[in-house]
Design a protein around this ligand. Structure first.
Ligand SMILES: [Zn+2]
Length: 223
């Protein structure tokens, strides 16, 4: 899978596994449980050992893995609806909030508080739903944090709609990526400016021809 991780937050990168996010040309990069595990490992959500464990469980019980995959996708869409509403300054749909709530409670039921040195952390147990639990926990941490106001939606052409967390110093990030949507917008601005200049020149030469024709007709000396 070559999908880029640009969102700056795992829950938003998970939302962006559909590319573009809007419109009729959407491509879903998660088609099966294996894709989910591969993506989660690449995104740093699962370590190599946890990813192997999840893959082994899926091989043992493909039907249960397919159901877990469906549950992960349901959470992804709820997460998209919630953060999409945040970017549009709308209240999040109640059903989607309920879905995140339920997934988070499942995650907590499968987590153990552990201490390593002086640090404490919730360690999630393994299971087919492990990616869903991680995403639920990360998404809840984000909706609770002050950074929520920094969640943005890319306005790029082609219905991009990817979500990202703007962690730039002055909150000036506009695009999912400067190389992709940012550059395409720059190119469009350049082409628009060039077209305006060409149009102005065309109008200018038309005016000159019209005045010359007028002066020939009236016999007046053109200024
Ligand atoms: Zn974009």
């Amino acid at each position: 899978m070559t999908l880029r991780l640009l969102a700056g937050h795992p829950a938003l990168d998970f939302v962006n596994t559909i590319d573009p996010r809007e419109g009729v040309h959407r491509v879903d990069h998660l088609r099966a449980y294996e894709d989910l595990v591969d993506w989660a490992e690449r995104a740093g959500i699962l370590g190599a050992a946890d990813a192997r464990q999840a893959a082994r469980e899926a091989t043992r019980d493909p039907v249960a893995a397919a159901r877990a995959f469906d549950r992960a996708v349901v959470l992804r869409e709820a997460t998209y609806a919630i953060f999409g509403a945040v970017t549009g300054r709308r209240p999040a749909p109640a059903d989607d909030v309920q879905e995140l709530h339920a997934a988070y409670r499942e995650a907590i039921d499968h987590a153990r508080l552990t201490q390593t040195g002086r640090r404490f952390r919730w360690r999630l147990s393994s299971g087919l739903d492990v990616v869903r639990w991680h995403i639920a926990r990360d998404a809840v941490a984000l909706v609770e944090s002050e950074m929520l106001g920094r969640v943005k939606r890319c306005p790029g052409s082609g219905d991009c709609g990817w979500l990202f967390l703007d962690s730039s110093k002055n909150a000036s990030r506009r695009w999912c990526s400067m190389e992709g949507c940012g550059n395409r917008a720059k190119l469009r601005r350049f082409l628009r400016r060039r077209k305006r200049r060409t149009d102005r020149r065309a109008v200018g030469s038309l005016q000159t021809r019209y005045l010359a024709a007028g002066s020939r007709a009236s016999g007046a000396h053109p200024r």
